[in-house]
Design a protein around this ligand. Sequence first.
Ligand code: FPP
Length: 272
Amino acid sequence: MNWYSEQEFSDLKKQQEILAKCRMPKHIGIIMDGNGRWAIEHGLTRTEGHKQGIESVRDIVKATAQLGIPYLTLYAFSLENWKRPSSEVGVLMNLLEYYLKKEIKELNANNVRLLSIGKISSLPKKIQRLLFDAIELTSKNTGLTLTLALSYSGRWDIVRAVQMIAHDIRRGNISPEDITEEVFSSYLQTAPLPDPDLIIRTSGEMRLSNFLLWESAYSEIYISNKYWPEFRREDLYTAIIDYSGRERRFGRISSQLKQEIPNHLEKVKTEK
Ligand code: FPP
């Protein structure tokens, strides 16, 4: 299925308006929250909530690609989510397997490059294989980079980076004085990605929940009151329009920004 030829005319027009009017984010991160609450409020099981959440994933991935946004990172399973009842963890792993099996051809056909961040070795072997195959298959694609955060936690990635730096110091590859913010960033699993410009969280909760902690230093945060299973492209457009209206000062004052765009922090990361 080609996402560009099948697009409805009214939606294409809406996207064109957004592209004409808005300063677009290069990287959007989404904390997909509220599957369980959506299900309970609709008299359904939590499993149904997660299943419906996949429909939102599909629509948001498509819309992001159609808009030409280069990076989308979805927080699909946190390291802390392993503490959920094993039956629910099993359901989430099955859905992930289903998504990787069913969607990969379509993602590839639409030029999407898949990446993952997180403690991938803790996922079931079957899923690890599917994930590596999907990443390999799509590695040359030049459209949207879709990163799935799986068994991920921001603190975990920071600690892992510190351990790797410590090893490199012990081996004499670098010295402590060489460690700058850029060098540190290059040890994180998110090194191939620019910092997220916009982080969206659904279900009205106002926390980062261990998502991209280092990378979100200057991200704009948008909270949607909708639960993830009901969050669709219209809601994404609303978030982008809201983001576009924000003044991103990166520690400076308003009047400086008119002379100095794009700002240095954004530049450093996107040049990677
Ligand atoms: C949060 O809702 C959602 C998750 C922990 C899992 C997100 C997973 C999906 C949308 C499906 C699989 C994703 C992919 C990319 C294939 P919650 O269960 O925390 O909801 P609650 O806070 O209302 O209980």
